[in-house]
Design a protein around this ligand. Structure first.
Ligand SMILES: Cc1cc2nc3c(=O)[nH]c(=O)nc-3n(C[C@H](O)[C@H](O)[C@H](O)COP(=O)(O)OP(=O)(O)OC[C@H]3O[C@@H](n4cnc5c(N)ncnc54)[C@H](O)[C@@H]3O)c2cc1C
Length: 432
């Protein structure tokens, strides 16, 4: 490790850290980007849907770059509600998603993170892999650098904690406690190889196009969570994610959960003949605004999963991390200009996050998870109700339609109209 001091040390070369490093290095700051993995992305897990707009703001027109490691642009987004033997799918497909800045792409994080960190290096940041940062060092009460697990010390004007969920740095800086099982979900996924033609046939896609689907209901075994299936170029990513406390309470491992998902008749058909290429699992911060740590201190900023910045209701995380990383980087550039890396000099970061979509969106869905968690019917009663109603609607059984309607109303009245209205009202926040 070099001895010289840096303007900024960024810990973690994920979406948050690489974004911050690119922005600062481009502005001429001396930046070190430290990553514990053997290479960026070596240990990172994501579904993975990448939202283009936020990356485009950092690497303009990235999808036109020949080396951008993108899998498929998503043209169709589907939701599937399951019981053991039935499923109801609804979705939206539009070629408009490909126009202008394409809406989103599937990616493989191991490839993407290496490419993204290379953009930071090309901008002038120094990337060091295989470096685990153990704690921050303080001078005169302010964060003044980091110490690695090999006891190397590196000084800087500011340290950016972009080290992901359960951030050791944010803990050492006294910003957060160790996360509680109720504040995190545990996600697990497999990448399953399939020929591109098979993918396009099974998912009814034109060549090169992709789809993303989330599944709710029996598929989560009554736990608060979901399963997902995304198409890559020559593989699909199939995964699950449920609250850690639910897995613990049920004594189920995510890998076993995933095996059960693979046996659902709908999924079984979609992945049939596929070869498992990899399995990975990772925590997802879901504490929302209630778990948001302080965002800055003297010589210190936190961004991305390290600051709990996700929007699970909309399957967003990497985009919040990129935007927060960019805004943290811009804050440091201003602090350098002013020569003030104190909390006062870095405080503009919180305002920038409030003026962006990051904190407003987190605020908007802050009570949603609790509302859904307090009605277990969301995972059991409602999916069955939806499938039962669909079954009635599509059954031609010689029974008069008026009788079908009566049966449907009886099904609906089981939970009580008032209770249903109360249950469903909080979901409006996940609608648009
Ligand atoms: C199963 C699953 C599915 C998901 N699906 C989606 C999706 O489809 N779309 C989406 O937008 N988001 C999704 N997310 C969320 C998304 O992955 C995260 O929000 C995003 O990766 C956060 O980026 P980050 O840079 O803050 O953290 P990370 O991506 O976790 O990066 C942190 C980096 O810091 C490094 N690091 C950690 N500790 C240290 C240390 N002490 N020293 C040095 N380096 C360290 C890590 O190795 C890592 O490279 C998903 C998450 C999971 C687990």
């Amino acid at each position: 490790m070099p001895e010289s001091a840096y303007d900024a040390i960024v810990v973690g070369a994920g979406p948050a850290g690489a974004s911050a490093a690119i922005v600062m290095a481009r502005a001429g700051l001396k930046v070190a980007l430290l990553e514990r993995g053997e290479y960026p992305g070596a240990k990172n897990v994501q579904g993975a849907v990448l939202y283009s707009r936020m990356l485009h703001e950092i690497v303009p027109d990235f999808w036109k770059l020949p080396d951008a490691p993108l899998e498929r642009p998503i043209v169709e987004q589907k939701t599937c509600v399951t019981t053991e033997d039935s499923w109801l799918t609804f979705g939206y497909k539009s070629l408009k998603f490909l126009e202008g800045v394409p809406n989103c792409y599937t990616i493989i994080r191991a490839r993407f993170d290496q490419w993204y960190a290379a953009q930071a290096e090309a901008a002038g940041a120094e990337l060091f892999c295989g470096v685990t940062v153990r704690e921050v060092i303080r001078k005169d009460g302010r964060v003044a650098g980091i110490k690695t697990s090999d006891n190397d010390e590196l000084e800087s004007s500011v340290v950016l904690a972009c080290d992901g969920v359960n951030s050791l740095l944010a803990q050492k800086a006294g910003f957060i406690d160790e996360l509680k099982p109720v504040e995190v979900a545990l996600g697990a996924k497999e990448v399953i190889a399939l020929d591109s033609g098979v993918i396009e046939d099974r998912f009814q896609l034109n060549a090169g196009e992709g789809s993303a689907m989330e599944m709710f209901g029996s598929i989560s075994l009554g736990m608060l969570g979901y399963a997902f299936l995304y198409t890559n170029k020559e593989s699909v990513s199939l995964g699950v994610g449920c609250r850690l406390c639910d897995y613990q309470a049920r004594g189920i491992r995510p890998s076993d959960h995933l095996e059960l998902v693979k046996r659902h008749p709908y999924i079984k058909k979609l992945i049939s003949g596929g070869k498992i290429l990899e399995y990975s699992s990772h925590l997802i911060p879901e504490g929302g605004m209630k778990s948001l740590p302080p965002l800055f201190a003297d010589g210190f900023l936190v961004a991305g999963d390290a600051a709990q910045m996700t929007n699970p209701a909309f399957r967003e995380g990497s985009n919040l991390a990129m935007t927060a990383g960019r805004l943290a980087g811009e804050t440091v550039i201003e602090a350098k200009r002013k020569g003030d890396f104190s909390a006062a000099g870095l405080g503009g970061y919180a305002g920038k996050l409030k003026s962006s979509y990051v904190l407003p969106d987190m605020e908007e869905v802050s009570d949603l998870e609790q509302a859904v968690a307090s009605s277990p019917e969301f995972m059991t009663f409602y999916p069955k109700l939806a499938c039962d109603l669909a079954h009635l609607r599509y059954s031609v059984d010689g029974v008069p339609k008026r009788e079908h309607l009566k049966r449907a109303l009886k099904l609906l009245s089981r939970r009580g109209y008032w209770r249903m209205a109360k249950d469903l009202w909080p979901l409006r926040k996940a609608a648009l």
